[in-house]
Design a binder for this molecule. Structure first.
Ligand code: ADP
Length: 426
């Protein structure tokens, strides 16, 4: 700002000197021409009219005869030059100490006679203009810089206040590890509003990632404890006691079953964690739901699984996730079914939604437990779930439905069977 002010000042100084000089020249011309109108030569003698002025507005007017001898008027004291006459040319003449602007006009009388009318004016001094401009600038410039500096500081401070708040909150979140805290959006709609929204989104994602990681760690350490201690106990027993080959085979089988259980558990937990973090649900594409069901059904005995599919149901979805959803529901249908029971999978499309139902004729779920089965690790009767169940299957189904913008419902009558339905809005 100071630089720009100095530049503007320099430009002003440069132009003001030449402007002052050209204004003076114009003034000289005006005065001299009005005097010329008052000049006359009567029988060889110079005569001045009423409005003739020898000195007016800094302009000296002098009258010379045709032989260039001074007839009337007085030369300014500083004008010492013997300047030759030149009709109608305004020029600057250097007279040692100061410059003079000179203009001569020829007043013709008859063919041969006439008068020279000469105008003289002291040229405005360039450094004088400069000095007065600089004096003015020396007073105005510091005031201007001070005012604009303080104003700029105030405006910048006001403008950046939201940024300070954002920084303070971000620091508080980092130091206090309170990921649930959010930034308060500033008033109005500007860059800070968008910045705040972006930060809040980031915190939300961080919180979700952090929470699901915490949950994963807690779940894994809790759920893996049982199979690990079973394996550990079996190994210690096998090392301390002589085992018959049959006993050894049984121990190995138990260790194998427990390790399968652990591996299933880890896979399921990782999938749920990814779904929680929103990384697995991202890739939605158009797919044929009935074709997907038909493909999954190929892995089950056809005499126990019936399909009632409407053809050509296109949905926006993730094939691996929807495959897992159907598998989990069909597996449960068999797991909690009667001896030799049956499972039906049905797809249907209405104006509002697309549905996928998995129905069985199994043991059913008591009404008071029907809203709890979606929770992780919830099992109605753990002894029924067997070794491989951990109460995670339906929780995953629920999250997959959510990742597709849909939801799950269950209808069940104990002793008669259950129907699990995925609802996807159109
Ligand atoms: P898991 O099967 O591993 O125990 P899930 O999350 O799949 O875990 O199911 C949770 C609980 O819901 C099961 O323990 C079971 O009691 C009940 N359940 C799930 N599906 C059915 C079904 N088709 N019929 C009866 N009960 C079911």
């Amino acid at each position: 700002m100071t630089g720009m002010a100095v530049m503007a000042l320099g430009l002003l100084v440069l132009t003001s000197a030449s402007v002052a000089r050209s204004t003076a020249m114009e003034q000289l011309g005006q005065v001299l021409r009005s005097n010329l109108a008052e000049v006359d030569l009567v029988e060889g003698a110079f005569q001045a009219g009423e409005n003739f002025h020898y000195y007016q507005n800094g302009v000296y007017t002098l009258i010379y005869n045709k032989d260039q001898a001074l007839l009337a008027g007085q030369l300014p004291v500083g004008f010492t030059a013997a300047e030759p006459f030149e009709n109608g040319v305004t020029r600057v003449v250097d007279c040692g100490g100061s410059d003079y602007i000179v203009l001569d006009l020829w007043f013709a009388k008859g063919w041969t006679d006439g008068l020279w009318v000469r105008g003289l004016m002291e040229a405005p001094q360039a450094d004088q203009t400069l000095r007065s401009t600089l004096t003015l600038a020396a007073v105005i410039l510091p005031c201007f810089i001070l005012v604009s500096g303080l104003g700029g500081f105030w405006i910048a401070k006001r403008a950046f206040r939201p940024l300070e708040r954002i920084t303070a909150t971000a620091q508080a979140i980092t130091q206090g590890a309170d990921l649930a805290a959010r930034l308060e959006p500033p008033r109005g709609r500007n860059e800070f509003t968008r910045l705040t929204a972006a930060f809040n989104q980031m915190f939300e994602r961080l919180e979700r990632a952090f929470e699901s990681e915490k949950q994963f760690t807690a779940d894994a350490s809790h759920e893996l404890r049982t199979p690990v201690s079973i394996i550990k106990g079996a190994c210690e027993y096998a090392r301390s006691f002589e085992e018959t080959p049959e006993e050894r085979a049984e121990t190995l089988e138990m260790i194998y079953r427990q390790s399968l259980r652990m591996s299933d558990l880890i896979t399921q937990l990782l999938s749920i964690t990814r779904l929680d973090q929103g990384t697995e649900g991202a890739a939605l594409e158009e797919l044929d739901l009935s074709a997907l069901v038909r493909q999954v059904a190929g892995d089950y005995p056809p005499d126990r699984l019936s399909l009632e599919l409407e053809e050509g149901i296109a949905v926006q979805g993730s094939a691996p996730l929807l495959t897992r959803l159907v598998q989990n529901l069909v597996d449960n249908g068999f797991k909690y079914g009667k001896e030799g029971g049956h499972v039906w999978v049905e797809t249907r499309r209405t104006a509002e939604e697309t549905t996928l139902s998995v129905r069985d004729d199994g043991i059913g779920i008591p009404a008071d437990q029907q809203d709890k089965i979606w929770q992780r690790f919830y099992q109605v009767d753990p002894s029924r779930s067997g070794d491989r169940g951990a109460g995670l299957g339906l929780s995953m189904v629920y999250k997959i439905a959510q990742a597709h913008g849909g939801h799950m419902t269950v209808e069940s009558v104990p002793g008669l069977g259950s129907r699990f339905t995925l609802h996807l809005p159109q």
